[in-house]
Design a protein around this ligand. Sequence first.
Ligand SMILES: NC(=O)c1ccc[n+]([C@@H]2O[C@H](COP(=O)([O-])OP(=O)(O)OC[C@H]3O[C@@H](n4cnc5c(N)ncnc54)[C@H](OP(=O)(O)O)[C@@H]3O)[C@@H](O)[C@H]2O)c1
Length: 282
Amino acid sequence: MKYAVTAATGNFGQTAVKTLNDLVGADNVIAVVRNTEKGNKLFPQNEVRQGDYDNAASIKDALQGVDRVLFISSQPGGKVDRATAHKNVVDALKANDVKFVAYTSYPHAQDAKSPLASDHKVTEDAIIAAGIDHSFLRNNWYLQNEMGFLQSGAANKDALYWANNNAGWALEGDYAEAAAKVVAADQAQEVYEFAGASRSYEDLGHALQEATGNNFAIKQVSQDDYVKYLEDGGLDANLAAMFASFQAPIDSGDLTEDTDDLAKVLGRPVTPIVDAIKQLLA
Ligand SMILES: NC(=O)c1ccc[n+]([C@@H]2O[C@H](COP(=O)([O-])OP(=O)(O)OC[C@H]3O[C@@H](n4cnc5c(N)ncnc54)[C@H](OP(=O)(O)O)[C@@H]3O)[C@@H](O)[C@H]2O)c1
């Protein structure tokens, strides 16, 4: 049985390849990468193939002879729009008669309000329409998204945020390990809503106080004041608005989740939040 991980050179892909190597043997795991020089350095034990989502022929060739695929979503804002690039991947899965795909999607992708969800909904729909056996790995927020908040607290400065509602933050590595486990499993659910425990920024701030031993203030401000705070910290207006917008999916309620899917697939508890924060700040 041959397994492939696409977009393997990213943070998610590197952990997923490592986990799959342990589960099924590196001889059976193909790293599909955009840049083969980078791929060969990162994956000396694996077969490395060039596969660019933007180029239908390239991704089709990369998936030849593969049975099971971990399809990692790319970032929006590339040369080719993400929905089109992902459609190239789905066409390649279909053309190569791939038996199973696990796709990294967005929480409750079919009903979510955030514009970020739309490419994921389109991709889920394309996989269903192609008739490929699948799992949708709907990953909640990576704790890594909150480095600004975490670093403020680590420096004993006020930790600011603007969004209401909760998120299910967990380490990106936990999501990636679970993704590899789904691809390696004999049986998988059609949908996993992967998340850590549901927390507000206030809760996250308290965990950060515990992790750092610092007693900084945790403050909710308006979105405008949050943008201004980022600008005062040295970001230009566009970047400040973009970083502030990352909290919008939390504010909208898209990321409020109560599920134990992640711990169940990991076969262990999700990394406890205080330990996870310490890992990121180390
Ligand atoms: N849930 C969340 O909180 C959250 C947060 C951030 C991201 N995400 C999603 O999770 C995914 C994985 O995250 P990550 O940390 O691994 O991101 P990352 O470290 O930025 O890696 C992105 C990967 O995508 C590859 N890639 C980009 N465009 C591609 C294309 N057209 N064809 C083939 N490969 C392409 C990159 O290749 P190169 O190495 O050649 O650049 C890289 O391997 C992201 O792409 C995004 O969809 C989710």
